[in-house]
Design a protein around this ligand. Structure first.
Ligand SMILES: [Zn+2]
Length: 208
């Protein structure tokens, strides 16, 4: 699935996203998925519920193909899991934004024609940009993605961010985008119950 913040797909009712694990999905990896989703729940109003019978639901399985939530073998991280679930909410890829040419130079010379659609730009009719482009977005692909010789397919116009793209970590801009997209208002999602304040006491030694 390829989306930034979609304007053309139906949203989940009450921001409740139902999913279930296919029986082929390894038990030991389910914890990682649940951890990735619990982090998203801490910072957004998306609520992920395991339910295999709900009318709308996501099947989480291992493998490729199908327009469902497929987590490839061997490359599971909190960030890649979150990336895929953000697609399921309706968030598109960062490098496909309508304004991405202001931030990236895309070089398709080493990308086979059958993969070039991964670099299509989404117009504003199908995708809404809630916040400025962010090289650090979890929805951004890495520099050498889909090339045949591991050459670079995306050059960042701000050169210092060349190795920031494809970091596979949730960025502030992702959290902001999700909450705008899901119409989460107020700050209650950030008030995490944590009564004990941590303090760092730093001793300063004079330069003798
Ligand atoms: Zn993706």
């Amino acid at each position: 699935m390829i989306r930034q913040a979609s304007t053309v797909y139906n949203k989940w009712t009450n921001n409740e996203i139902f999913y279930y694990f296919d029986k082929n999905f390894p038990l030991k990896k389910r914890d990682l998925v649940e951890k990735a989703l619990s982090i998203l729940e801490e910072v957004t109003c998306a609520r992920f519920k395991q339910n295999s019978t709900s009318k709308n639901r996501i099947r989480v399985f291992q493998g490729n193909g199908e327009q469902e939530l497929s987590l490839g073998q061997g490359c599971h991280s909190i960030g890649t899991i979150q990336h895929e679930f953000l697609h399921a909410i309706g968030i598109w890829h960062e490098h496909m934004r309508s304004d991405r040419d202001d931030y990236l130079t895309v070089d398709l010379s080493d990308v086979s024609p059958s993969k070039q659609y991964n670099f299509d730009k989404l117009n504003e009719r199908v995708s809404q940009n809630f916040i400025d482009f962010d090289y650090a977005s979890v929805m951004h692909y890495p520099p050498a993605v889909f090339t045949t010789n591991n050459t670079v397919s995306m050059y960042t116009i701000s050169r210092e961010f060349q190795f920031t793209i494809g970091m596979k970590q949730l960025a502030f801009s992702d959290i902001y985008k999700i909450n705008q997209f899901l119409n989460c208002t107020g700050i209650e999602f950030y008030l995490i119950d944590c009564p004990i304040v941590s303090v760092a006491r730093i001793k300063v030694f004079p330069n003798l």
